[in-house]
Design a protein around this ligand. Structure first.
Ligand code: CTP
Length: 212
């Protein structure tokens, strides 16, 4: 998740635990990739062999991504970025009053769409958290955010979504393939995502001459 501060003691966030993103980072490192994990606040341990960059807000995350995206060959955006942030964060604690309080929120940047706009030959994977019309919305995000793969989940389904150890996702690939997966552990989902990344990358690379 990202955290968007309202004042020194209060913030807006969401129910993401970070488990899905950490599982992908761990699986990629186990397969021998050099992994940089840009993460919002979580209670999770850094997976072995992973370089971790801690951020708090969407704006911090955007800067960290902008710095490191150019050196990546594969970028996987699993963060649950807060779509809005307080327009005027207070430097001092807001005091309790008798009147109604209205919070003014302003939109955060779309970190994935911004980075993927000039992705070159990098392979970019996004996630889509949906509550309805999953396939339709996921395919829209695939195109709108210039990604190669979207990992879509219905966050209302039992055994899927936030703060669970399992997930039920469908992988929507740019080449038209839809791959619905059964309920799996987030570790197993991470492996399937990386299998699909490898498939898409092999298709994009020129065929190697056979060695006899
Ligand atoms: N994402 C991002 N920056 C944002 C919002 C989302 O980089 N400000 C990324 C997420 O990490 C994810 C993908 O975009 O990979 C889709 O996120 P999701 O929350 O499903 O979609 P939104 O673009 O926020 O659209 P909506 O909330 O309207 O469904």
């Amino acid at each position: 998740p990202t955290c968007e501060d309202l004042d020194p003691v209060r913030y807006i966030t969401n129910r993401s635990s970070g488990k899905m993103g950490y599982a992908v980072a761990e699986a990629a490192a186990r397969r021998g990739a050099r992994v940089i994990l840009i993460t919002g606040p979580t209670a999770l341990e850094t997976p072995a062999g992973v370089e971790r960059v801690d951020v708090r807000s969407a704006e911090d995350m955007r800067r960290a991504v902008q710095e490191r995206f150019p050196q990546s060959s594969i970028a996987i955006f699993a963060a649950a970025v807060a779509d809005y942030r307080p327009a005027e964060p207070h430097t001092q604690k807001l005091k309790r009053g008798k009147d109604e309080l209205t919070l003014h929120l302003e939109p955060n940047p779309d970190i994935l769409a911004e980075a993927a706009r000039n992705k070159g030959d990098r392979l970019v994977v996004g996630f889509a958290a949906e509550t309805d019309h999953v396939a339709e919305n996921a395919r829209k995000k695939l195109a709108a955010k210039n990604t190669d793969l979207i990992v879509a989940n219905d966050v209302t389904a039992e055994g899927a979504g936030f703060d669970m150890d399992t997930n039920i996702v469908t992988l929507f690939a740019r080449d038209g393939r839809d791959l619905p997966l059964p309920k799996l552990s987030k570790r197993e989902v991470a492996e399937r995502i990386l299998d699909e990344v490898v498939r898409l990358r092999s298709a994009a690379l020129p065929a190697r001459p056979a060695v006899v």
